[in-house]
Design a protein. Structure first.
Length: 103
């Protein structure tokens, strides 16, 4: 396995990196990451399982719940968001809290 020395623009590499697919860039919090998709999934041969579909539905319900929040609820989340260090965006924090309610 080769050792990679990240250039200044890219501080970390995550995941399996191969040479036969396109490179993508992604920002995770305050870190810029790159990766390559190795052997992408063919949904015709390997369709989504019931568990994957349930997770997808839960995700869609959470997005709808975040969009339906009232101004008062958003203000409460903003107050709680200011007192935590885990999440970098208010929307990410609200999503996590609403997602946990569905569990």
């Amino acid at each position: 396995m080769a050792k990679y020395k990240p250039i200044d623009m890219v501080k970390e590499y995550h995941g399996k990196i191969c040479e036969h697919s396109d490179t993508y860039f992604q920002k995770r919090g305050r870190t810029l990451c790159t990766g390559r998709i190795c052997n992408p999934r063919d949904f015709e041969k390997n369709p989504a399982s019931a568990e994957e579909l349930a997770t997808r539905t839960k995700f869609q319900q959470t997005i709808a719940a975040v969009k339906a929040l009232t101004a008062e609820q958003k203000a409460e989340y903003a107050t709680a968001f200011a007192n935590q260090k885990k999440y970098t965006t208010l929307r990410g924090y609200m999503f996590a809290m609403e997602y946990a309610k569905l569990a």
